[in-house]
Every structure is written in structure tokens, then in C-alpha cells.
Design a protein around this ligand. Sequence first.
Ligand SMILES: [Zn+2]
Length: 135
Amino acid sequence: MQRTVHHPSVTAPLLITDRPEDGGYTPLPGGLTVDQAHVVLAHEVRAGDLWIADFPEATTEVDVREADHFEIPVTAQPRPYGSYCDRSCKGCEDETGDVTDAAVRYVILGRDESGTCLDAFRNEPVLIIRAAESP
Ligand SMILES: [Zn+2]
């Protein structure tokens, strides 16, 4: 079942879809469902939250932004930009232009299996399940 939510800091409506069941999408752990997920801004994510999707920018401001589910949900360990890897990983490498600026704009929400930082704009909406609701 899908639902549309409005976040006070995001112009476009956000469409939360069910997790794809085919391809490489692993089921959510512990019987969690997308119904338990909340939209928060990236800088509001707390350690232990399960980060399951983000919302790519719509092409126009009136378009709905649809959840883009990750194949493997990420248990968030938020850290300041560059603090995991000294900006040397593949994810951070892309943002080496202005380090101070990047640190203001991005937050690292965790790392993937290969140790690459997973960054997000601080004020971007993300879909998470709070740690308190996880088993
Ligand atoms: Zn990095």
C-alpha cells in the first residue's frame, strides 16, 4: 500500500511506496514494514535508525517525489562529513571541491559493505524506521 506524506520542509509531496519484492531487494529485518517508516530530514537521522529509501528530486516542484528504495537497508550511524574516511573513500571523493562547504551541506548517514560513505544533503528527506521501533 502506498501513501503520500507532506513534510513541512519539503515542497513536493512524498510518495512512500512498498518495497520492491523482486531483484536484489532484501526484506526489512525483523518483520518491519514500510508502514512503520517515517520521513525525516537527513540531519534528523539518529544512530540505529534503519534508513530504507531516499526521495530523488522531482523534475518540477509540483511533481511527487517517489521513494527510491535501497536494495539493502542501512543501519544509520550518522557522522559529520569526512569523519569516517578523511574524505578518501569513493563516496566522499566526489565532493572534494570545497571541503568546508561540503561539511555544511552533507551528513554521512553510514557506510556500505565496502566502506564507502553514504552521504545525504542535510536537509533532504529520507525514509527511515526509528531504532526504537526495530526489534
Ligand atoms: Zn568517505
